[in-house]
Design a protein around this ligand. Structure first.
Ligand SMILES: [Fe+2]
Ligand SMILES: [Fe+2]
Length: 508
């Protein structure tokens, strides 16, 4: 093997090690081999289900190039029968060299190439078929070369050095394919682990429902739309894989967030039962005090009315989405009331109708979480960063951790936990944040609230983008334009939920 050929082989080896796409890998291998040995045609097969699968087919003089990075070849697999020279090469791990297909007496069935010749006017003459083995000696494919072209430009038989070169290339190829398969396998393992984690996060609480799954669905539709229309920015399959992984992992910190905080439906979260019982008990004490003439009839009547109203008021405040100031005042006034249970030796002083903690919880102005509980809830994103910090990512996948950990940061710096601003937040995390808010508003699978109509959700998102400067207005407009957030035509359940939500909106 001369230096020129050795250098070309080394060059091919380096090129092969950098290729990620399987189809492209097959094409480069076959084309490089054909270049080095100078032949007109070639086919590369891999073994699949005990047959040979076409991966790349090239006939240069006829301008034929199928498979490789052009996608799969639409031809049936070749069964592993000994009459077929390629199949026999795979079965017997042997190189076969045929000088003239039409004069061969080796017992091979060359009806295939002959039929091809008849249909196309081509003339198949010489053939070299070599097996491809992996590092464990397992046959992983076959390369077939057609019509060696001599220095005089005419087709002639393949020489021994052709076999040596192609075998050397085949062993490099097998190593590359094995490595490629290992990395694909690792990727698939990683993807499936992330998918399992995502399912676990979603299943953790009905408050999550299908949150990550919904977001991934919107993301895929949106990316497809951008790639098809050329609007926005383009995603390669690798970019998309990384982004979807960030979506699936963005709330992984919820796995270590206390469920009683995540599932808290009301301010008191069950403590209201104790309050109702206490109010009934106080009413009894008051009745005794009145009968024993410790309190006047007016005072008894007033306290009784207050206690009776209290049941309803506590329930209303407990479940309200937002408390106006007058409601907060009612709670504070209630807290001033006291009772004295003389039967209870522990009570030396009058006791408040509502404990400090109950007043604190009932005074939550918005939502159901107290400041401390909100902090615990918001900490899920810190935990996302911590957990993903312990997870091994390849260099190319490092951004997954950042996108996932920054999904509650907002462009104007009002997000958490690090109050990052626009400059620190790339397009991917900006999109992730929009998908996160969009699903939180429109999800139709939460037990505690009906879905918000799309129109209303987009009005809120519009305000966040254009009035408050929290989210990216360009990405939001693209997302709206893509209609990726709308139910699929065949998703009748989603359409029905949307119709119901629309009805609610009209009634309200
Ligand atoms: Fe989150
Ligand atoms: Fe989320």
């Amino acid at each position: 093997m001369n230096d020129i050929i050795i250098n070309r082989l080394l060059g091919v080896g380096i090129a092969l090690s950098n290729i990620k796409d399987e189809g492209q890998l097959y094409q480069i291998i076959l084309e490089s081999a054909m270049d080095i040995i100078a032949c007109d045609g070639g086919t590369l097969y891999t073994i699949e289900n005990d047959s040979l699968k076409f991966r790349v087919m090239i006939t240069r003089s006829q301008n034929v190039k199928k498979g490789g990075d052009n996608g799969p070849i639409d031809l049936p697999n070749v069964p592993l029968r000994k009459e077929n020279v390629c199949a026999r090469c795979a079965l017997e791990r042997r190189v076969f060299k045929v000088d003239d297909v039409y004069k061969s007496h080796d017992g091979f069935d060359f009806s295939g190439p002959k039929k091809y010749d008849q249909m196309t006017g081509y003339h198949t003459q010489s053939m070299l078929v070599i097996p491809m083995e992996d590092d464990k000696g397992k046959i992983i494919g076959v390369m077939q070369f057609i019509n060696a072209i001599g220095k005089n430009g005419f087709v002639g038989p393949f020489a021994q050095w052709h076999t040596n070169v192609v075998l050397s290339l085949a062993s490099q190829t097998a190593i590359c394919l094995t490595n490629h398969n290992y990395s694909r396998q690792l990727e698939r393992t990683m993807d499936s682990m992330v998918s399992v984690m995502s399912t676990a996060i979603d299943a953790l609480t009905p408050y999550n429902a299908n949150h990550s799954r919904n977001m991934a669905k919107y993301a895929k539709k949106f990316i497809k739309w951008m790639n098809e229309t050329g609007e926005g920015w383009s995603f390669t399959p690798e970019d998309e894989r990384r982004f979807i992984m960030a979506v699936q992992l963005h709330d992984v910190g919820k796995l270590v967030t206390p469920l009683e905080v995540m599932n808290k439906e009301t301010r008191l979260n069950g403590r209201e039962v104790a309050i109702h019982n206490r109010f009934k008990y106080i009413a009894k004490i008051d009745e005794v005090d009145y009968l024993k003439k410790r309190i006047s009839a007016e005072e008894y009547k007033s306290r009784k009315a207050q206690l009776e109203a209290g049941h309803q008021i506590i329930d209303t405040i407990n479940k309200a989405g937002f408390l106006k100031d007058d409601m907060l005042k009612i709670i504070r006034d209630y807290a001033k009331n006291t009772y004295w249970d003389e039967e209870d030796e522990d009570f030396l002083d009058p006791q408040p109708w509502l404990t400090e903690e109950e007043v604190h919880l009932l005074s939550i102005q918005k939502g159901t979480l107290s400041a401390e509980e909100r902090e615990i809830m918001e900490n899920h994103v810190v935990m996302t960063a911590k957990l993903l910090g312990e997870m091994e990512f390849t260099d190319a996948d490092q951004n997954i951790r950042n996108w996932a950990s920054d999904h509650h940061e907002l462009l104007n710096g009002s997000g958490y936990p690090n109050h990052k601003t626009g400059d620190d937040l790339d397009w991917n995390v900006r999109l992730l944040t929009i998908l996160d808010v969009f699903d939180a508003l429109t999800a139709r699978d939460r037990p505690y609230k009906p879905p918000m109509p799309l129109e209303k959700a987009f009005a809120i998102l519009d305000d966040m983008a254009n009035k408050e400067g929290k989210i990216d207005p360009i990405i939001l407009d693209l997302f709206k334009k893509s209609r990726a957030g709308e139910p699929d035509d065949d998703d009748e359940a989603a359409r029905e939920a949307a119709r119901e939500a629309e009805k609610d909106r009209l009634i309200c």
